[in-house]
Design a protein around this ligand. Sequence first.
Ligand SMILES: [Fe+2]
Ligand SMILES: [Fe+2]
Length: 395
Amino acid sequence: MNKADSSLNGWDDPFAVAVPAATRSLFNTGGIAPALKTAEMVVPPPVAPEKKTLLAEQDIASLPPINPEDKRIVNAKTDINQLAPFKYPWGWEFFLNANKNHWTPLDINMSRDIHDFHHRLTTEERHVYTNVLAYLTTSDILAMRNIGLAVMEKMSAPELQIYQARQVYEEALHTWTYQHCIETIGLDQSEIYNRYRVVPEIHGKIRLANARLSSVLRSDLNLDNRDDLEQFAMSYLFFAAIFEGCWFYNGFSPIFALQRRGLMTGTGEQLQYILRDEVQHCAFGLRVVRQLLQEESLRLDPKAVQALFEESEAAEGAYAHYLLKEPILGYSAEDHIGQFRFVANRRAKQLQLPEPFPGATNKLDWLDEQASMRKEKNFFETRVTEYQTGASLSW
Ligand SMILES: [Fe+2]
Ligand SMILES: [Fe+2]
């Protein structure tokens, strides 16, 4: 045995693990441990396999295949390590769809944004731009923590967890995107990231989201308990329908309003990519919540749901008035709040719930098309990036 072989010390020998320490040192003849005296060289007799092992194997062999009908959104009573057969094939479809969409913030040219921010934006527009980024940077970290820490671990079907694992990555990618914008434009990072702690109108939204997240991060949360289950459903409903479905959806619209006028087009394009992800996160979350309510025969208190929409509207209203103390060209606080109400009605409808803001109208009729990316490519000649590598996403 040469020196190199002897120094292996048996670490890569699976049988070495079962050998008692004293005997193991027999192999350590390379100077690592002193050789044993002849009298100490006692090799234990081979151990016969225990009957128990054979029985266990028999038990496993006799397990019937899982029945997909036994899968549940939460509290499944079946093996949760089997992807298929699916009970929720749509969960897997979301995952496949998400994997058609790849970009990184480095793919998008930001050079015009540097010039625009420092030489073309008005003071009011710079206020809008930096505060939108300040809100988003904090929000996406919250979104990542919610789905990764509070939601995914409670799902008991792997086809749902797998899409959520992708979602966690996407939220991290969004955070990278804002950081890339902040660095590229040359903003003061510590000031931007701290803004939600010093601006009450930004803090108001973050506080609501933090409270919902904390309510389901409790270690004593028990989903067999109906009250806890309802709390979880309300929290996920808030994150999917409002936090992602409204606050992100029209949270980007002030930047899209600049982008429509040929300003900050790189940032606008970054947010178009993010919005596509957020729309999928929202659609998936709403589907999970609907399925959860149905499976658990859970009926949410309509007053509590209405109150949730109303407190979110109040927080959004305060934020909009802070953001747009002075309206910018083509965009005002009233437009922003009106659009929130309109989109909130859309989310409630998707949940088969009554509209929280009857009569709200579409204030930003350009938003859906702007958000869909097609127009921007044609009008402002930004980098033509195909957002997806496969068949079209439904929009
Ligand atoms: Fe996100
Ligand atoms: Fe999201």
